[in-house]
Write a protein that binds this ligand. Structure first.
Ligand code: PMP
Ligand code: GLU
Length: 403
């Protein structure tokens, strides 16, 4: 007999993270000895650079390391973050406007918890990173989804933002470059959005976790840098997971209006306290040490990006916009939705298609539905070239077998 557990109703609309679920499924199949190629995880395959690990290792022997730190993170790290973000966003950020958390995911969670009253609305352009709507709902808010089109390179327009605003709208999430589409906003697009944000008196939640991963002629344009008016109403969310291959160290940070950072720090102080001390030391080394590793990893991602897009575009019926940032390709596979597998199953939607691809095709990709974009799938190219060639080949052969 199991205990009849009653769970909090706030969890009713919440889904598990599909990116983590797909990654876990592929890992389990691999652990069972099955040869699966995984494009699931949004995680660099590189090791954390040696100088960052060395700094953490050396720190372990120093007295006081491994104790609680300031809830918001150690001052030298907050100073380094404030200096870097001030330079990137052409504004002045003080160390007490910075909160270091257990990954940018935690930063965003603290942010929505600190910001939203029940029923407050947050504008989220789709395709969106899977966790935004669920985090907003966990905080009692209402996600308002703004659909974008592949033909427009998935850019949300100022007109859409204006039309979606209600008296309850508090903020817009801008994830630039985007997970899952790899889209990067142009300067003109950022300036257009900046205008409507001021007109509608919105806060901008600028999730910049991929800002250093842009390719070709694309450039990252900061909305906070557009004008002092924008700087004061932008919360910057950033971190080291993607840029420095530090996903497991779990360090992200937020910089923004002092009152908001203080409120978020209060929440953090009543929940997790400081993020891991040793990870803070590693992050300081990442931010202040040589940046060569960033350029090297970016170059490798770029080569993989070009190869993956080329291979995907060669599959009949599949279209794929050029991703200009982050490390994801987001092809439209809707031509294959509704087809029958050779085993006789109807693959009615992208979720079933992805389930079949992993079970039968032995290749894991994330269904677009999780990102608010049915008919698409997401592939991470933060994996080896051999993986890309083998895995996309598997997709091509599997799709060709559908009738
Ligand atoms: N924002 C986006 C857009 C992401 O893709 C992720 C996932 N890595 C995060 C935030 C959170 O990253 P982390 O918690 O590893 O810092
Ligand atoms: N953000 C990465 C992804 O989208 C890692 C998993 C997660 O936290 O969602 O795959």
């Amino acid at each position: 007999m199991t205990y009849p557990m009653k769970l909090a109703s706030r969890l009713d609309p919440i889904k598990p993270s599909i990116t983590l679920a797909v990654t876990a499924k592929a890992a389990k199949l691999k652990a069972d000895g099955i040869d699966v190629v995984s494009f699931g995880a949004g995680e660099p395959d590189f090791d954390t650079p040696a100088h960052i690990k060395d700094a953490a290792r050396a720190a372990l022997d120093k007295p006081g390391v491994g104790k609680y730190t300031d809830v918001a993170g150690v001052l030298p790290l907050r100073k380094a973050i404030a200096a870097e973000l001030s330079a990137v966003h052409k504004t002045t950020i003080a160390p007490d406007q910075v909160l270091v958390s257990t990954g940018a995911k935690h930063s965003l969670f603290n942010l929505f918890m600190a910001l939203l009253d029940p029923g407050d609305e947050v504008l989220i352009p789709a395709p969106f990173w899977v966790s935004y709507p669920d985090m907003v709902m966990l905080a009692g808010g209402r996600p308002v989804i703004l659909e974008t089109r592949a033909e427009d390179d998935f850019a949300v327009t100022p007109q859409q933002v204006a039309a979606a605003c209600s008296p309850r709208t508090r903020a817009i999430v801008l994830n630039n470059p985007s997970n899952p589409t790899g889209a990067v906003y142009t300067r003109a697009q950022i300036e257009g959005l900046a205008k409507v944000v001021v007109e509608k008196d919105l806060l901008v939640i600028s999730d910049d976790i991929y800002r250093q991963l842009v390719y070709g002629d694309a450039e990252y344009v900061s909305i906070a840098a557009v004008s002092p008016e924008l700087a004061k109403r932008t919360v910057l969310v950033d971190g080291v997971s993607k840029t420095y291959a530090m996903t497991g160290w779990r360090i992200g940070y937020t910089a923004g209006p002092l009152a908001l950072i203080k409120a978020m720090t209060k929440i953090q102080g009543q929940s997790t306290s400081n993020p891991t001390h040793i990870s803070q030391i590693a992050t300081l080394a990442a931010l202040t040490g040589s940046q060569d590793c960033v350029g090297e990893m970016r170059k490798a991602f770029d080569e993989r990006r070009i190869e993956m897009v080329k291979l995907l575009r060669a599959i009949p019926g599949v279209t794929c916009r050029e991703p200009k940032g982050a490390f994801y390709a987001f092809p439209d596979v809707s031509a294959y939705v509704g087809k029958h597998s050779p085993e006789g199953a109807i693959l009615d939607d992208d979720v079933q298609l992805c389930d079949w691809l992993v079970e039968v095709g032995k290749v894991a990709v994330v269904p677009g539905s999780g990102f608010g974009a049915p008919g698409f799938v997401r592939l991470s190219y933060a994996c080896s070239m051999a993986n890309i060639q083998d895995g996309v080949g598997r997709i091509a052969r599997a799709l060709a077998s559908l009738v």
